[in-house]
Design a protein around this ligand. Structure first.
Ligand code: ADP
Ligand code: MG
Ligand code: MG
Length: 249
């Protein structure tokens, strides 16, 4: 079941073409790795998907319906949620963990009153679904490690009608143990039917967690294949293209 389609997306910044007919298809509950060398256009594609940039050409379909985003909040309303590496821009340090998890729900359900009990129950439900059991709901979010703040943001996505979560190099600031924990949580998202777009430069991670891999180069999609049908060497060859062959000869 396809939940997200990006079709022939092009985007230029002045004379720099960041994307040329960029393509991406994400199915329900799929962990989709997006790979490419630096400058391949991954972040630009994701910023278009999350309503930060507007594409010059091409369209985005969510559940087969055309979607246009004027603002990041439009993308969120359509079910596209981003977990940025800079988690501190999204976590409100003065609020508790429970309040941070429920933060967007306050603004979505204008005038809706959550009792403290309801708020805690729903926040706890999200953490339990993610199999996270070592984050205390009453503490100030500012006390959490960066890794736990990421988990709070994922829980925040879960209490909304999120269809796809984008992770842009989420493990870069994490220890190995924290990264393993994040992968465990992402696998729970797969079980819940939430699609994940996972950008990383760490190929072993991709082969540990992804279902499907899309490789980009110079703003174009080179390929999209199930993880079982591709090797690390093939990915590197597709990422580097000519450069790879020249280096070998
Ligand atoms: P990646 O995330 O794969 O490293 P980016 O999407 O960040 O690639 O960048 C793709 C290309 O677009 C690069 O050449 C980059 O310099 C350019 N680019 C990205 N964002 C901007 C911007 N805001 N202004 C000008 N050029 C940009
Ligand atoms: Mg980059
Ligand atoms: Mg990038």
């Amino acid at each position: 079941e396809v939940v997200l389609e990006m079709k022939k997306i092009s985007k230029s910044f002045g004379k720099v073409t960041a994307l040329k007919n960029g393509e991406l298809v994400v199915h329900k509950g799929e962990i989709h790795a997006l790979l490419g060398a630096n400058g391949a256009g991954k972040s630009t594609l994701m910023k278009i998907l999350s309503g930060v940039y507007r594409q010059d050409q091409g369209e985005i379909l969510i559940n087969h319906e055309k979607a246009t985003f004027q603002h990041p909040s439009d993308a969120k309303e359509k079910g596209i949620f981003c977990v940025y590496q800079e988690v501190d821009t999204a976590i409100v340090p003065q609020l508790t963990v429970a309040e941070n998890i429920m933060l967007d729900r306050f603004s979505q359900e204008k005038g809706w009153y959550f009792s403290r009990k309801d708020l805690h129950r729903q926040a706890q439900e999200a953490l339990t679904l993610l199999e996270v059991n070592d984050i205390e709901l009453n503490q100030a979010a500012s006390n959490l490690s960066l890794a736990k703040k990421q988990l709070v943001l994922i829980a925040r996505a879960l209490v909304q009608t999120t269809k796809v979560i984008i992770f842009d190099e989420p493990t870069a600031p994490l220890s190995h143990i924290e990264a393993e924990k994040l992968f465990h949580v992402i696998r729970q998202l797969r079980v819940k039917g939430i699609g994940c777009i996972f950008i990383t430069h760490r190929l072993p991670e991709v082969f540990a967690i992804a279902d499907v891999v899309t490789v980009m180069r110079d703003g174009c999609r080179i390929s999209t294949v199930p993880i079982a049908q591709i090797t690390q060497e093939m990915v590197i060859e597709q990422m580097l293209g000519e450069v790879w062959h020249e280096e070998r000869n």
